[in-house]
Design a protein around this ligand. Structure first.
Ligand code: CAA
Length: 379
């Protein structure tokens, strides 16, 4: 067993940290306040090669491993969870599934532009009636001569207004139930593809979340990902991996909330001494630090299992369940340590709490993670 990171992993983390501190930190509060998508820093992420992390060089990626990508999501999310969301939805939910399930032609056509960040990606699974029950898809895809015609409506689509390459789940044969769901690659400029209403959210406000409407959206037959009926399994496997990304985002948020609490506790004086000298504060900080470290270890173990090619559904679910709860708890305690100031926008800790909440919801709620864990340990 080796807990050391490789030279390459350390270098990637350093590059992401410098970028996050120098270029993202100055705008993190502003994009949260204005709900503005950070076009310039996302372009810089493309220039720096972040969208190519964990993508083979043959497709224009950096050839780095999955752990490097996970470290990048954590490091970026520590400064701006919105930036972490943009990177992880793009990579985990669009580029990776095309890499895993696509034909050679699909990989050649779509991955280089995704890996370079020339185009952003998104994943359309959720519908008004298909949230936790992802199998209750109403969107349909009907094969008419050599084109699939898609009709339906998707919601809560991360990168919805800014992505150009979308994976869309749709029913090709309702009689077959789960095995009648298929996955498609849909390009934004296809007639009948409409970006709908943008959501106003509690947190991750600088990221785009929209409805996607498909109205007679006809795509080439060869844009099916995998075979007809493979869509549900592709979606669940994609989410297994995506959940490690969200867990690392949660660790990033939690780490920042902890760091902020430590530094405030050391500088804030009450009753003539720093509040960090109170045992009540020390115990809070000790528990917070332990939870952050435990969460990171679960995330890294799940990422390592994925890297080795082993099964990791249970470990990814455990990592997300634990890390998201940690992010909520640590952010809340960090506000408590900051007192009244923590409840204001003078400090970033209130943003950390708002950003943390989504990690308990998207890519499967905490209850879904427990369903996955239970199904695995009882199998
Ligand atoms: N990988 C591959 N296949 C899997 C799998 C996995 N991890 N888990 C289950 N399957 C297979 C099963 O083997 C089974 O196949 P067979 O019938 O051939 O045996 C099939 O899928 C059905 O399995 P289940 O009966 O366990 O499936 P279920 O319908 O009960 O669903 C669930 C279980 C865990 C609740 C699942 O529906 C789920 O994860 N729901 C949550 C969906 C979710 O995370 N949505 C978030 C959307 S993405 C998002 O957040 C938007 C964004 O942009 C960020």
């Amino acid at each position: 067993m080796d807990f050391d990171f490789t030279e390459e992993q350390v270098l990637i983390q350093k590059t992401v940290r410098e970028f996050a501190d120098n270029e993202v930190k100055p705008i993190a509060a502003e994009i949260d306040r204005t709900h503005g998508f950070p076009v310039e820093t996302v372009n810089r992420m493309a220039e720096l090669g972040f969208f190519g992390l964990s993508i083979p060089e043959a497709y224009g990626g950096s050839g780095s491993d999955y752990i490097s990508y996970i470290m990048a999501v954590e490091t970026l999310s520590a400064v701006s969870a919105a930036h972490g969301t943009i990177l992880s939805a793009h990579t985990s939910l669009c580029t990776h599934p095309i890499l895993s399930f696509g034909t050679d032609a699909q990989k050649q056509k779509y991955i280089p532009d995704l890996a370079s960040g020339k185009k952003l990606g998104a994943f359309c699974l959720t519908e008004a009636g298909a949230g936790t029950d992802a199998s209750a898809q109403q969107t349909t895809a009907e094969l008419k001569s050599d084109r699939y015609v898609l009709n339906g409506s998707k919601m809560f689509i991360t990168n919805g207004a800014v992505a150009e390459t979308f994976l869309v789940a749709a029913v090709t044969d309702r009689a077959k139930g789960l095995k009648g769901i298929s996955m498609f690659i849909v390009e934004k400029d296809t007639p009948g593809f409409v970006v709908g209403q943008a959501e106003e959210k509690l947190g991750i406000c600088g990221s785009s979340t929209t409805e996607i409407i498909l109205k007679g959206c006809a795509i080439p037959q060869e844009n099916i990902l995998g075979k007809e009926g493979d869509g549900f399994k592709i979606a669940l496997q994609t989410l297994d991996s995506g959940r490690i990304g969200i867990a690392s985002q949660a660790v990033g948020i939690a780490q920042s909330a902890l760091d902020a609490a430590i530094s405030y506790a050391k500088e804030r004086k009450q009753f003539g001494k720093p509040i960090s000298s109170n045992q009540g504060i020390q115990w809070m900080l000790a528990e917070m630090a332990t939870k952050v470290e435990a969460s990171r270890l679960l995330v890294m173990r799940a990422a390592w299992l994925k890297e080795t090619g082993a099964r990791y559904s249970k470990e990814a679910a455990m990592a997300k369940l634990t890390a998201s709860a940690t992010a909520m708890d640590v952010a809340s305690k960090s506000i408590q340590i900051h007192g009244g100031l923590g409840y204001t926008k003078s400090y970033p800790v209130e943003r950390y709490l708002r950003d943390a909440k989504i990690t308990e919801i998207y890519e499967g709620t905490s209850e879904v993670q427990k369903m996955v864990i239970a199904a695995n340990i009882l199998a």
